[in-house]
Design a protein around this ligand. Structure first.
Ligand SMILES: Cc1ncc(COP(=O)(O)O)c(C=O)c1O
Length: 393
């Protein structure tokens, strides 16, 4: 038999079969053309809907017009180099100082995205022979960082401090230990027990990293985040956050002490081996920070909108898990039912996203509603009414 006939199997055939499987299981994902509009609306393929699927929680994205903002640097060329070679324009230093000041840390390091920050920090800090203790519901970027690190991965039950404590007790012999949790969970809208995590860090001599992707800009003094709100700055080694959610822009930050910052510059491969963000983005982030710091009104509006929305869903006896924030999951469990309900809402002008495995555990599919500061009360009432109707039919 010739080599040719032996290899006559289409090497790409797995793609068709995997796509068919995803469709069959209601797990298929596809892109929809969209454009965010003002006042909590979004345009999907020409249709204007109420926007419940954006992480632009404070409505700042709409304000970030590069032609109208005052620049902190005249150097607005493109990129073309990594930070360590020739990509560290003065805008970076301005932004890093501003974020470190807000967070109350010695230093801050800008990464190109939250995904890259998590992957780079985790794999730079720990490796073979070390251990990571990670909340079971942590974001994919954290999980990928853990896998890349080669450290032993212990998953503790979501927000269960006693489980984390017992894992730490049983695994004392590891060289270095890192505890990692989201501050506000992206798919559940509940808050991690940060004080207790800080206590375990001390008790077990571990490092503690908190991902404030969804809480940065929203909690704390001038939006400094949950860690700031709970006065835990000194007890947390790494505060990670992103400019892509409440800040309405792009890129991420890691706030820490100076030594940690220097270490990450030398060890975080997703920082070292990539091109620096272009200065335009950094200027947008500087502007976004100004708005976040000065505009308490947006935070207050978001809190009111979220509180109203949660209460109304609870009155209808619906399952929103333990959400206490602007991220409100309507947990429907079944994948197909979640998709169908979402489609009905879509038909009525409500854009909210179905969240299915592997983003959430199997059997806990949900529609994730993200509340915005820019939502109007009448729009929230309309949405609640439509949810009620969609669930009845
Ligand atoms: C908890 C969490 N961490 C990190 C990220 C990644 O951030 P970015 O979108 O800036 O890459 C996200 C975003 O989806 C997130 O939800």
């Amino acid at each position: 038999m010739s080599n040719h006939s032996l290899n006559n199997v289409d090497p790409l055939s797995f793609i068709d079969s995997e796509l068919s499987r995803l469709k069959h299981c209601s797990l298929y994902r596809y892109l929809k053309g969209s454009k965010a509009e003002k006042n909590g609306k979004i345009n999907f393929n020409g249709k204007l809907l109420l926007n419940f699927c954006s992480n632009n929680y404070l409505g700042i994205s709409e304000e970030l017009d590069l032609t109208k903002i005052q620049l902190s640097s005249s150097n607005l060329g493109g990129s073309g180099s990594s930070r360590l070679i020739a990509g560290s324009s003065s805008s970076f230093a301005n932004l890093e100082k501003s974020m470190a000041d807000l967070k109350g840390t010695e230093s801050c390091l800008i990464f190109s995205s939250g995904y890259m920050a998590n992957v780079g920090v985790i794999s730079g800090l720990v490796g073979r022979g070390d251990a990571i203790f990670s909340d079971r519901l942590n974001h994919a970027s954290i999980i990928d960082g853990i896998q890349l690190s080669g450290a032993k991965h212990f998953r503790y039950r979501h927000n269960e401090i006693s489980h984390l404590n017992s894992l730490l007790e049983k695994n004392k012999s590891f060289k270095s230990k890192l505890i990692i949790s989201e501050g506000l969970f992206s798919m559940d809208g509940d808050i991690a027990p940060l004080q207790e995590l800080a206590d375990l860090r001390k008790k077990h001599g571990a490092m503690l990293m908190i991902d404030e992707a969804h809480s940065g800009g929203i909690y704390g003094n001038h939006g400094a985040g949950l860690i700031n709100e709970l006065k835990l700055t000194e007890s947390i080694d790494i505060q990670m956050g992103t400019f892509s959610k409440a800040y309405g822009s792009y890129g991420a930050y890691v706030a820490s002490n100076k030594n940690m910052n220097d270490y990450l510059i030398n060890k975080a491969r997703s920082f070292i081996y990539t091109t620096a963000l272009p200065p335009h983005i950094i200027e947008l982030n500087i502007k976004a920070m100004e708005i976040v710091k000065s505009d308490q009104y947006r935070r207050d509006q978001l809190k009111k909108n979220a509180g109203f929305f949660r209460e109304e869903l609870l009155k209808l006896d619906l399952n929103i898990g333990k959400s206490s924030s602007h991220i409100v999951p309507l947990i429907l469990n079944d994948e197909k039912y979640t998709i169908e309900t979402c489609e009905k809402l879509w038909e009525c002008g409500i854009a909210a996203m179905p969240i299915r495995p592997p983003t959430v555990p199997k059997g806990t599919s949900r529609i994730r509603f993200s509340l915005l500061a820019t939502h109007k009360r009448r729009d929230l009432k309309f949405c609640i009414r439509k949810i009620k109707e969609a669930l009845k039919t």
